[in-house]
Design a protein around this ligand. Sequence first.
Ligand code: IVH
Length: 351
Amino acid sequence: DEIRRHNDLYYREGAPVISDVEYDALDARLQELEAAFPDLGVDDSPTAEVGSDRDERFPSVPHSRKMLSLQNSYDLDEVTAFDQRLRRELEGGPAGDALGYTIEPKMDGVALAVRYVDGALTLGLTRGDGTHGDDVTANVRTITGIPHDLDRDWQKTLGGEHRGWEFRGEVFLTLSRFTSLNAEREADGLELLANPRNATAGTLKMLDSSEVGRRGLSVFFYQAFPFDPDDPRSPVSGQPFADHGAEMAALEALGLPVNDFLRQASEATEIKEHLSDLEGMRAALDYQIDGAVIKVASLGLQDRLGFTAKAPRWGLAFKFAAEEAVTLLKDITLQVGRTGVITPVAELEPV
Ligand code: IVH
């Protein structure tokens, strides 16, 4: 119940009251308990479902493919364990691509799926409950990075075989945009936006699209796949790209915004070098990231690894140490300085 409450606060209200680290600790604890006491498990456990941003004010539309979550990790040992687990899993399977990885930023924004039919934008969906998303097309049309029509050459770029294409990515507010919006709000005597992620979630769910346009959302895409416009949920066979790098190159060639940090690695040590490079760049970025996403590069191997109920087996989110956490103010002591100045000092519960 506690995890469900935090899901609602984060996804529906856009007003979380605990940090991601604390949330992930609750989720990990419930997973441990469920593993230790399997007969106490429930089918609708939050460990088996992704949190939902469903909002009754928007039409609900089925996703072409489920929109899932990612396994989280906070510890470099878990990166090694992830690599070892995948090597074991793929061992003895059919000969195929060599196991390799990509590393990219994990954007701290809101997931979005957009569909194009014959090169024209037809739909924009939030994640919703992962199976159905909220139709926010009118708002999505106001986002500068999302073209209403793809470039003339789109078919050539995408292999020319499919009429329907879906692109998935993350919508966010740049820090500079967030700061100037809050400066305006302060001048107008309006309540300040709490943080860029919550402001993004709230903006995507506004009923006045012209205000959405004024807010100035940004987007980075990280996935592209074909769908059948007559039956979006039926699987389309054949993998149009060899690997995630080719997929990202296609998105970029279409003129869709992609993050410029995309690294390749063949094993765990190399992955960790890229993670540390990215963490070093973090403070200089004009947007918030909460970590990195490590993905199996080959899309053929991704297919073979498949999914658990909640997340792909081929991906891992590595979360950087939180920059902010909630804690208890235990006491305030008053220090008297040499000149008699009294300085209050907060005693915080370490987190
Ligand atoms: S790949 C099946 N790549 O993180 C999910 N996700 O925790 C594969 N996210 O729902 C997603 N940056 O909204 C992917 N570079 C990135 C991402 C990214 C942010 C979000 C996305 C996803 C959530 C999962």
